[in-house]
Design a protein around this ligand. Structure first.
Ligand code: MN3
Length: 233
């Protein structure tokens, strides 16, 4: 039993290491981009009891899969298929809605899976990130309060974000649908460090209409190691 736990932890750490390194490389490519449907970095039940197994399974295999498939279909044979996601998002106001919605969905969910980890495996905020959080929001508690407000206050479907602007300053925002702060349509633009999906499909089976309970639970499974890495890039 103990061996199994150690092996599971080891597999998780190895998967995260592989994922974060492939995420950060982002090689300059010419021609067609390679957009992978990446494996979930943990099992469907790994985030229990904060996010239940069935929600994770449906969210990953159906919702995320559909965004990915529809995005790949939408860019096929168009000028968009040779662009990076960052470049697509920077000019997304000129793209068809199907690319904005599904490209956003694909990117946002990849980030979401990566910025969660089984309880106890996510590490904590680095000193550097903590300093930046305190400088931007006054305290970690105030950051959490403002992030929660952004997540609770998003009417309908969307996301809450912690992001870093071009000057390196942190900000919190919320976007509708599958938009994100990299998009030229976003009110506040920057690089997402932490994203929370507040679409009902992300929590309804377990929390029904209690979105605030889901938001509170989220803090138990944040992968700070991944957020720290994104902050340093
Ligand atoms: Mn979702």
């Amino acid at each position: 039993m103990k061996t199994k736990v150690i092996l599971t932890s080891l597999t998780f750490i190895l998967t995260m290491t592989t994922l974060t390194s492939s995420f950060s490389q982002n090689p300059a490519r010419t021609g067609k981009q390679v957009f992978e449907f990446r494996a979930l970095p943990y099992s469907y039940d790994a985030l229990e009891p904060f996010i239940d197994k069935m929600t994770m399974e449906i969210h990953y295999t159906r919702h995320h899969r559909a965004y990915y498939d529809n995005f790949i279909k939408a860019i096929a044979g168009t000028e968009w298929e040779s662009m990076t996601l960052t470049d697509i998002f920077a000019t997304v106001s000129k793209a068809p809605a199907v690319i904005r919605n599904n490209g956003g969905g694909y990117y946002n969910h990849n980030l979401f899976w990566e910025n969660m980890a089984p309880h106890g495996h996510g590490g904590q905020m680095s000193d550097e990130l903590k300093q930046a959080v305190e400088s931007a929001f006054g305290s970690v508690e105030e950051f959490v309060r403002q992030f929660n407000d952004a997540a609770k206050g998003r009417f309908g479907s969307g996301w809450a974000w912690l992001a870093k602007d071009a000057q390196g300053k942190l900000f919190i925002s919320s976007t509708p649908n599958q938009d994100n702060p990299l998009m030229d349509v976003a009110e506040k633009r920057g690089t997402p460090l932490l994203g929370l999906d507040v679409w009902e499909h992300a929590y309804y089976l377990k929390y029904q209409n209690r979105r605030p309970d889901y938001i509170d639970a989220f803090w138990n499974i944040v992968n700070w190691n991944a957020v720290n890495q994104r902050f340093e890039q």
